[in-house]
Write a protein of this length. Structure first.
Length: 153
């Protein structure tokens, strides 16, 4: 599908994806990569790193940022609320960590982590469900931010 956003053929994008809730995260990853390539990204310029869960996403983003190989990073994951405060701690740590890495290393990081009350809400955010496809949205945002990052402001 043409979204009117074309990838710079030289751009490099790193994607950190959580394995936890893999039904959702793999769907996010698939639609994200598909959208990037449909918009002109060279598949060889997309690198994916898998981590156990959303809590580990900031570390993976930091490793990729330190490599200086990427123009933009994308963090993909899903945290589903349970009956304990664990949800709050994981969401806060993942969000804060990803933001800190991006600002510290001056690299845009797209936060594609779903934080939902249940699996149904998560499924509504993939495959063009009730709330669209957050993998597609992450890819398009990454392409836009790659352009912003290359501008001399």
């Amino acid at each position: 599908m043409d979204y009117g956003i074309k990838a710079d053929p030289k751009s490099r994008i790193g994607i950190a994806v959580s394995r936890y809730n893999s039904e959702i995260t793999q769907a996010l990853l698939k639609s994200c990569v598909k959208t990037l390539t449909e918009q002109g990204m060279n598949p060889k310029h997309i690198q994916v790193i898998e981590v156990p869960g959303a809590f580990e996403l900031p570390y993976a983003c930091q490793k990729m940022a330190l490599s200086k190989k990427f123009d933009v990073l994308i963090a993909l994951g899903v945290v589903v609320r349970g009956g304990t405060p664990h949800f709050d701690y994981v969401c806060e740590a993942a969000t804060r960590g990803v933001v800190e890495v991006g600002l510290k290393h001056n690299i845009p990081i797209i936060f594609g982590v779903l934080t939902t009350d249940n699996q149904e809400q998560a499924r509504d955010r993939i495959h063009g469900g009730k709330h669209g496809d957050k993998g597609v949205e992450a890819a398009l945002t990454a392409l836009r931010m790659a352009g912003v990052a290359k501008q001399a402001l």
